[in-house]
Design a protein around this ligand. Structure first.
Ligand SMILES: C[C@@](CO)(OP(=O)(O)O)[C@H](O)COP(=O)(O)OP(=O)(O)OC[C@H]1O[C@@H](n2ccc(N)nc2=O)[C@H](O)[C@@H]1O
Ligand SMILES: Nc1ncnc2c1ncn2[C@@H]1O[C@H](COP(=O)(O)OP(=O)(O)O)[C@@H](O)[C@H]1O
Length: 283
């Protein structure tokens, strides 16, 4: 038995920190959106061992890889005797704020439930997912969703279909834990999620004004230390895009509205050494 799955990246359309918890994690309100940039995974039933091969040789393919962790946790918890051979083709840049590792882990959970014929309640799978990483439960369903608590309480929202997005990555990663460590309370001008939530639920996110409701609190803890990320945001803004850092960075995205605007953006970005992708929101 063999299963092939595509694991999409995400962007955060909104991200506000609402507090710090006694365990050191941060509570947040974020709206995440899956996009058409994918890692690809294949899963083949085998005798007894978990084996992982990864196309990106800079990424560990041992037990430290979150895909391996996802397989191991299911195998141990449900006493699975069979094994699996996994191949992971990385396309999503690592440590880029695009949720690649979390999406791979969610894809592994979904595939292995089928391959190993496990009978797991939806809630239990979400529990396992959230122990692997705060963003993993979102990727079990993807689309457009409000994510609360540490990001692991997921409420699907009306899907935003087909918005055009340019991703720009400076070629280095920003470690998530370090960004969260920088957060200082109280946060000034706490942003409210209600406006963007209402626009999405009304199906009116696809308007220029709506893009003003996008926000990412983590920018103020990342941009001052990484001038290249700040420069990407400035270039996209000058090109007339609503532009925002995704998650904890380093990727910045711009939302474009027409083919001619995209042409302009691509022409300008070709002057820089940054990596770019043109994608759209996906369900
Ligand atoms: C910032 C966000 C926004 O979507 O995404 P990325 O930029 O990583 O894609 C997420 O909150 C990232 O979640 P995720 O990437 O799953 O975080 P984890 O690996 O679980 O956590 C890495 C570290 O970040 C800190 N952390 C993470 C999530 C959270 N809500 N509060 C935290 O304080 C913790 O110190 C934790 O040890
Ligand atoms: N399958 C995987 N894909 C990407 N990163 C992984 C994977 N497994 C473990 N990691 C580790 O997880 C960290 C976060 O990676 P990633 O999910 O790409 O970033 P982000 O959380 O910024 O979206 C990296 O430092 C990487 O070493």
């Amino acid at each position: 038995m063999k299963i092939n799955l595509k694991a999409p990246a995400k962007v955060n359309l909104f991200l506000e920190i609402t507090g710090k918890r006694p365990d050191g994690y941060h509570n947040l309100e974020t709206i995440m959106q899956t996009i058409s940039l994918y890692d690809e995974l294949s899963f083949e039933l085998s005798e007894s061992a978990i084996e992982l091969e990864c196309s990106d040789k800079n990424l560990a393919s041992d037990e430290s890889n979150i895909v391996f962790k996802a397989a191991k946790v299911l195998k141990e918890r449900y006493g699975v005797k069979a094994g699996v051979k996994i191949f992971l083709k990385k396309e999503i840049p690592t440590g880029a704020g695009l949720g690649g590792g979390s999406s791979d882990a969610a894809a592994a959970l979904k595939a292995l439930v089928k391959i190993w014929k496990l009978n797991i309640e939806k809630e239990e799978l979400q529990n396992i997912a959230s122990k692997l990483g705060a963003d993993v439960p979102f990727f079990l369903t993807g689309g457009t969703a409000l994510c609360e608590a540490i990001g692991d309480i997921v409420t699907p929202l009306k899907a935003i279909e087909g918005i055009g997005i340019v991703l720009v990555n400076p070629g280095f990663g920003v470690p998530t834990a370090g960004v969260y460590k920088k957060i200082k309370f109280p946060l000034t001008n706490q942003r409210k999620i209600n406006k963007i939530k209402t626009l999405i639920c009304d199906g009116s996110f696809n308007t220029k004004d709506a893009f003003d409701s996008c926000f990412n609190r983590l920018e103020e803890f990342v941009l001052p230390d990484y001038p290249q990320i700040a420069e990407i945001k400035q270039v996209l803004t000058q090109l007339g895009c609503a532009s925002l850092m995704s998650g904890s960075g380093a990727t910045v995205y711009g939302i474009f509205e027409s083919a001619s605007q995209l042409k302009n953006i691509q022409f300008k970005l070709s002057e820089y050494p940054w990596k770019t992708w043109t994608v759209h929101s996906v369900l």
